[in-house]
Design a protein. Structure first.
Length: 264
């Protein structure tokens, strides 16, 4: 699923990919199938465009590549191009945020009536016990050690403790409100499926897809272990204050534009 950061990375990757493909100047040309490599480069561009959510005209894109390679004049100035790309990025992410919020509201409304689903906050936070526990319970302000998998409504996984090498500790004071609230009171050995509305998640900020309903499958390993360094905690990083900005923030768009220009 598209996120704000991934969209910007897609744009920069397209501009940097040509230099990375041909960076090894010591390679023997006889060992390189230029025809196949050229096709692979085109496939790379097409694949990234397809996942970026940017509705480019492919025919015109190909024409631009040919004209640029032939040294023909560009159809617009560099300043016009950069402004247009930033406006397209903003429009794409706004539309995605609207669609995701609508899907989240619909899911929460339908899911609350399903068997076993408990509501912690009306229209915002729900969970279902998958396995009961019998150990110590998670306390407020603690940093429980747990296994987790986080995904979107479409099933796309955006993070897991398995990717981090095993159970991790999450300080409840340094993560999203919905996740922290749903963990309080869970006992060691307990497993829950948790559904977090974007209002209690990352909203339009953070590194994940804007206004996404987040689904967590969580198992508590140790309820109240000794504290650990927050910088090692993926969920805390994804919800950092630096990323919690709205799409209407002109200053933030200027920063994105600077990042993109630096990558060109």
């Amino acid at each position: 699923m598209l996120s704000r950061k991934n969209l910007l990375l897609t744009l920069t990757a397209l501009s940097l990919s040509s230099s990375s493909l041909f960076a090894d100047t010591n390679s023997n040309d006889q060992d390189i199938d230029i025809s196949k490599l050229s096709e692979a480069f085109g496939h790379f561009i097409g694949k990234n465009l397809n996942t970026s959510g940017l509705n480019f005209d492919i025919d015109q894109l190909v024409k631009g590549i040919k004209d640029g390679a032939a040294g023909k004049p560009a159809p617009m100035s560099e300043q016009e191009y950069q402004k247009g790309m930033m406006e397209l990025q903003q429009r794409t992410l706004k539309k995605l945020a609207e669609d995701n919020l609508s899907a989240a509201n619909k899911f929460i409304e339908e899911n609350k009536n399903k068997p076993g689903v408990e509501v912690l906050e009306n229209d915002k936070l729900q969970y279902k016990v998958l396995q009961t526990g019998s150990g110590e319970a998670v306390k407020e302000h603690s940093a429980p050690k747990l296994n987790y998998k986080g995904s979107y409504l479409d099933g796309t996984v955006f993070g897991s403790s398995e990717e981090s090498g095993g159970p991790i500790s999450i300080p409840l004071d340094h993560t999203i409100p919905g996740f922290a609230q749903a963990l309080k009171g869970m006992k060691e050995g307990e497993k829950r499926m948790i559904w977090v509305h974007p209002d209690l998640g990352y909203g339009t900020g953070g590194q994940l897809a804007p206004n996404s309903l987040l689904i967590f499958e969580v198992e508590i390993i140790e309820a109240n272990p000794a504290s650990e360094d927050d910088s090692q905690l993926p969920l805390a990083e994804m919800g950092s204050d630096d990323d919690d900005q709205d799409f209407d923030d002109d200053e933030d768009l200027d920063e994105d534009e600077d990042d993109y220009r630096d990558a060109l």
